[in-house]
Write a protein that binds this ligand. Structure first.
Ligand SMILES: Cc1cc2nc3c(=O)[nH]c(=O)nc-3n(C[C@H](O)[C@H](O)[C@H](O)COP(=O)(O)OP(=O)(O)OC[C@H]3O[C@@H](n4cnc5c(N)ncnc54)[C@H](O)[C@@H]3O)c2cc1C
Length: 391
């Protein structure tokens, strides 16, 4: 396995590290505290060309989904600065990739131009009535009516609701229940009059994702804005890539907590010893545990990325689930340890540890959640494979 970053993309990783430290980190507390969309961060990312990185090269991007080592480490580094921004950046980048991966030449040109112009795209699949943990179902139907699809339904956890420029709607096309034939993606500008936002997002973690519920009230979308054929979005070479990025983003919360607490432990001195707390063996032991957990998770992440590149996302499904599990658990472990190492001051709101700790908790829950990852891993061991759509 080769985890080297493609030299052509090394600049991206360096820029992500600097950007996270100098720009994202100072803004992260306000985004979390006020639960606001990181608009300024997205303006900067667009200006720097980051919001079109996953477009193919012939559409002006850098095909970053083909370089999973760099893509995952860019997400990881951005997340150390602001986990919310990294998550939204991944959501936009993934759905941008899917549009150009599945779209017609005309759609690639049209949406490629829109994305290159800095527009942000959100993607809404989740519904309150059925779980991504079980068998996938879609209550939201798109019914063909001449040149348009008419859509009625309700989605929840709609990140960037009211903030993104375009929404991608995951719907069941016509009355075909089998999603491997009927799951469709429809794109519409966010000012379509049929979109109604139910402003209920006020969460304990990932507050800046602005994941309100969304009502589709007879939304009409032209048939030419259906991306791919029915069933394409749920193909095993498409869907698992979302989970790969979540792993990197949530591990970033652990990485951010680790960097902060190591620095803190080297500077915090207490009387009568008047030496940095990092010189105490009990603190060193905890730093050692955190470092090994972090490095182990990065390796699992890079292994999954290597598998995607070498064998395709469908063959890497098991490795992606294993990486998601290890990254989420490592992040939760590290952020908790970091709080213990810092002691009382780690709880202060102006210190980022409490924020990283809360964001890491969302990593355990975000699908595929840790239980689902274990279930899928066991199925791979016991039955030789696991179904991406649940069973
Ligand atoms: C910060 C954040 C942002 C998000 N943004 C988006 C977005 O932009 N777009 C989008 O589409 N979605 C988004 N989601 C939603 C996400 O993908 C899930 O749909 C959402 O978290 C609900 O799924 P759940 O498993 O957490 O809970 P539920 O589906 O309500 O399940 C509840 C519990 O029951 C368990 N369970 C359910 N069925 C079974 C079963 N058959 N067997 C065993 N256990 C079962 C689940 O594992 C879970 O523990 C976001 C989520 C978060 C946390």
């Amino acid at each position: 396995m080769d985890f080297r970053i493609n030299p052509e993309n090394e600049d991206l990783l360096e820029r992500a590290k600097i950007y996270a430290k100098e720009i994202l980190a100072p803004r992260a507390e306000k985004i979390d505290e006020e639960g606001i969309f990181p608009r300024e961060n997205f303006d900067d990312l667009a200006r720097e060309g980051f919001t079109s990185l996953t477009l193919p090269k012939d559409l002006g991007g850098r095909d970053l989904y083909e370089d999973t080592a760099t893509y995952s480490m860019v997400l990881y580094e951005l997340s150390k600065g602001c986990t919310n921004t990294a998550m939204l950046f991944h959501m936009h980048s993934s759905i941008s990739h899917v549009i150009t991966y599945l779209g017609t030449d005309e759609q690639k040109r049209r949406y490629g131009e829109i994305i290159r112009g800095g527009k942000i795209i959100a993607s809404y699949a989740s519904e309150n009535t059925s779980s991504l943990h079980g068998v996938w179902r879609m209550e939201t139907k798109a019914i063909r009516d001449g040149d348009v699809y008419r859509i009625n339904g309700r989605k929840y956890f709609c990140s960037m609701a009211g903030e993104a420029d375009y929404y991608v709607l995951w719907v069941q096309l016509e009355e075909e229940e089998d999603l491997t034939k009927s799951l469709g993606l429809l794109i519409a500008p966010s000012d379509n009059p049929g979109f109604k936002i139910d402003q209920e997002w006020n969460s304990f973690a990932m507050r800046g994702t602005i994941s309100h519920s969304m009502i589709y009230d007879d939304v009409k979308i032209p048939v030419e804005d259906l991306v791919g054929r029915g069933g394409d979005p749920i193909r095993p070479d498409v869907l698992p890539k979302f989970g790969f990025g979540y792993s990197a983003v949530y591990l970033g919360a652990g990485g951010g907590a680790f960097d902060w607490v190591v620095d803190y432990a080297q500077t915090r001195k207490l009387m009568p010893d008047n030496v940095p707390i990092a010189s105490y063996p009990a603190i060193q032991r905890q730093i050692g545990e955190m470092k090994i957990a972090l490095e182990g998770a990065i390796l699992m992440l890079q292994r999954a990325g290597w598998m995607i590149n070498a064998h395709g996302a469908d063959k890497a499904y098991g490795a992606i689930n294993e990486a998601k599990y290890v990254c989420a658990e490592a992040s939760a472990f590290i952020t908790e340890k970091a709080l213990k190492v810092a002691g009382g001051p780690g709880l202060f709101r102006h210190n980022p540890l409490q924020r990283f700790h809360r964001e890491a908790r969302a990593g355990l829950i975000m699908p595929p959640n840790t239980e689902k990852c274990l279930e899928l891993t066991a199925k791979t061991v016991l039955e030789g494979s696991a179904n991406v759509l649940g069973s």
